[in-house]
Ligand binder design. Structure first.
Ligand code: CDP
Ligand code: CDP
Length: 211
């Protein structure tokens, strides 16, 4: 594909964005960026500093000083990291601090980026935008399976509640809320496995890009 090509993959928690975006990137020879990691790592640094993830000054300082090593930490998943990520992600100064970095990354390499605001804010001109969804129950089931697969004890009902709370927070914030871009193609994967979701997404991409 064209150098600098950007594909946006957005949607709520555990919809299968990362799985899909990573595979599309490999297929198309593009880089892949999990933008959620930026917010997760920022939240983790604020927790390290014993500050409140809603503290705008602490969170902005953390976002501005992120290093590649922060993104490779092993403690960026799980309920505490989820909550801290969503809290720092609601702070405008944090989003501003991470914006140019995401744009430079996408333009430089050509990339598939997954997150919440890639198609609406980070790359509003992306030629391909996917908005991946699935029912709350199915997404909770997937996240629960991931947690238990990693040996983490988790209650499905609690996972569902926390996922709904985080989606609500992400969708209701004033800056860059979770919502589909007007020109995004919506892909409901409730009844699709990862393979079928990938096939559907690839068909969308091929339809949007000149051969
Ligand atoms: O994997 P999952 O969908 O559960 O979460 P994630 O993509 O790693 O994102 C973690 C949190 O970061 C989300 O709940 C959002 O609050 C925030 N985020 C965001 O605001 N904008 C993005 N582009 C990506 C993530
Ligand atoms: O990035 P996001 O949080 O949206 O989801 P993910 O981490 O890519 O995927 C969550 C889990 O759902 C993974 O274990 C996938 O194998 C599984 N899954 C999927 O990605 N797509 C489907 N259509 C069905 C299941």
């Amino acid at each position: 594909p064209r150098p600098g090509l950007v594909i946006a993959v957005d949607g709520p928690a555990a919809a299968g964005k990362g799985t899909l975006a990573r595979r599309l990137a490999a297929e198309l020879g593009l880089a892949y960026l999990d933008t959620g990691l930026l917010y997760r790592a920022t939240g983790r640094r604020v927790l390290d500093a014993a500050a409140d993830p809603r503290d705008a000054a602490a969170a902005e300082a953390a976002a501005r000083s992120l290093t590649p090593a922060d993104l490779a930490r092993g403690d960026l998943r799980g309920p505490e990291a989820d909550r801290a990520a969503s809290a720092v992600a609601a702070i405008p100064a944090v989003r501003a601090a991470l914006l140019d970095w995401q744009r430079d990354y996408g333009r430089l390499h050509g990339a598939v980026l997954d997150g919440r605001d890639i198609g609406t804010v980070v790359f509003p001109d992306a030629p391909v935008k996917l908005y991946v969804t699935a029912s709350d129950e199915e997404r909770a089931r997937r996240r629960h399976l991931e947690l238990t697969g990693r040996g983490v004890e988790a209650d499905l009902t609690v996972v569902l509640e926390e996922l709904r709370a985080r989606d609500a927070q992400d969708a209701s914030r004033a800056v860059a809320p979770l919502k589909p871009a007007e020109d995004a193609v919506q892909l409901d994967t409730t009844t699709l496995d990862a393979e079928a979701a990938y096939a559907a997404a690839l068909a969308v991409v091929r339809g949007k890009l000149p051969a």
